[in-house]
Design a protein around this ligand. Structure first.
Ligand code: HEM
Ligand SMILES: *[C@@H]1O[C@H](CO)[C@@H](O)[C@H](O)[C@H]1NC(C)=O
Ligand SMILES: *[C@@H]1O[C@H](CO)[C@@H](O)[C@H](O)[C@H]1NC(C)=O
Ligand SMILES: *[C@@H]1O[C@H](CO)[C@@H](O)[C@H](O)[C@H]1NC(C)=O
Length: 320
């Protein structure tokens, strides 16, 4: 009787372990080798074509992957369209500048023709982000694959994204909730070597910063004055804003160099020099493009391994 109970206990444990294992959704670099060997070249072609026509595409694709992974894991939830009854992440509050969804759609369409129902949208986003970085002059790396697409996308959940007004402890908390540490935070913030921000994203630093200071004193003076010119207090120009570094289409370590000069755009960027651990890393990445690239690749693989989905969507904008 007792031994029977113990063996059923063991079997029960093994079953649970198996469920846990399959739920974990382990990613592998050769995931599509047999089922869709053209996946990588197909995604690369779509990204390349779009980048030739529009210099803002690379930044958009990198940010898209970050947003996808931070909400419900990298499950393509960022791609889903709103429906009659549901407002999707795409239409949630910090959605400004999320764009270039057509690049994912084009790759998906080509892949569905070659290997129907096989390649997840979440994998396409992960590969597109990698290609965007590489085609902007940054490093390349092998992307583990086998993500599944999720069936849920809720606009209000985008509030769980870190805000540009966050200080270092808030950033650390947001990243650690996703298994990412201080090194990941500093390395991945280097994504801000690409792209653009709208005035509303850094308004807090240049107007009414504090009761005694209108402008964030940690900002370089003439840099801040320029931003104030482009983004007046009651800005009416919808597309007004600033590049995130001085070489916004080149993936380099310029972001960290500017950060040390008080020429970063967000409070969350500046926060990285307010803590000794993160400041040391900023110094290191500012001094060595190689160290930055190595750390960025490592942290991208970590971030893009947060999984969450269940199916391979047929159309990236709709659940099956
Ligand atoms: C550390 C926390 C982060 C915060 C608070 C943050 C915040 C923001 C904000 C507010 C914008 C500008 C949106 C706009 O005004 O249009 C932005 C842009 C961008 N972010 Fe981040 N971000 C963070 C981390 C990341 C990470 C981890 C990546 C990727 C590795 C990333 C990549 C980008 C890119 C490429 C852009 C430019 C997008 C474009 O030009 O279309 N960010 N970020
Ligand atoms: C998804 O939403 C976008 C933006 O609202 C719209 O332009 C597009 O047509 C929609 N896609 C489909 C396939 O309905
Ligand atoms: C962002 O969300 C608003 C509603 O909150 C919506 O009207 C707008 O079209 C969305 N923008 C993008 C780029 O999806
Ligand atoms: C960051 O902001 C939070 C919330 O406002 C505050 O409780 C915390 O003390 C701040 N941390 C630092 C290091 O300034």
């Amino acid at each position: 009787m007792t031994s029977c109970n113990i063996s059923s206990l063991i079997i029960g444990f093994l079953v649970l372990a198996f469920i846990q294992f399959t739920r974990c959704n382990t990613l592998t670099s050769n995931y599509y080798d047999q089922t869709c060997p053209m996946i990588e070249s197909t995604v690369t072609a779509s990204v390349k074509k779009a980048m030739l026509n529009d210099k803002t595409v690379a930044a958009a694709l990198l940010r898209m992957h970050f947003h996808d992974c931070f909400i419900r894991g990298c499950d393509g939830s960022v791609l889903l369209n709103s429906t009659g009854t549901n407002q999707a992440e795409k239409d949630g509050p910090p959605n400004i500048s999320l764009h270039a969804f057509y690049v994912i759609d084009n790759a998906k369409k080509a892949l569905e023709a070659m290997c129907p129902g096989t390649v997840s949208c979440a994998d396409i986003v992960a590969l597109a982000a990698r290609d965007a970085v590489h085609l902007s002059g940054g490093p390349t790396w092998i992307v583990p694959k086998g993500r599944k697409d999720g069936r849920i996308s809720i606009a209000s959940e985008t509030r769980q994204l870190p805000a540009p007004t966050f200080n270092i402890s808030q950033l650390q908390q947001s990243f650690s909730q996703r298994g990412l540490d201080m090194k990941d935070l500093v390395a991945l913030s280097g994504g801000h070597t690409l792209g653009f921000a709208h005035c509303s994203s850094f308004q807090n630093r240049i107007h009414n910063f504090a009761t005694t200071q209108d402008v964030d004193p940690s900002m370089h003076q003439s840099f801040a004055a320029n931003l104030r010119r482009v983004c007046p207090m009651h800005n009416q120009v919808r597309n007004a804003g600033a590049n995130l570094d001085s070489t916004p289409t080149t993936f380099d370590n310029r972001y960290y160099k500017l950060l040390l000069e008080g020429k970063s755009i967000f409070t969350s960027d500046q926060a990285l020099v307010t803590n000794p651990t993160t400041k040391t890393l900023v110094d290191k990445f500012a001094n060595s493009r190689e160290e930055f690239e190595k750390a960025f690749v490592e942290s991208m693989i970590k971030m893009s391994s947060i999984t969450g989905g269940q199916e391979v969507r047929l159309n990236c904008r709709f659940v099956n």
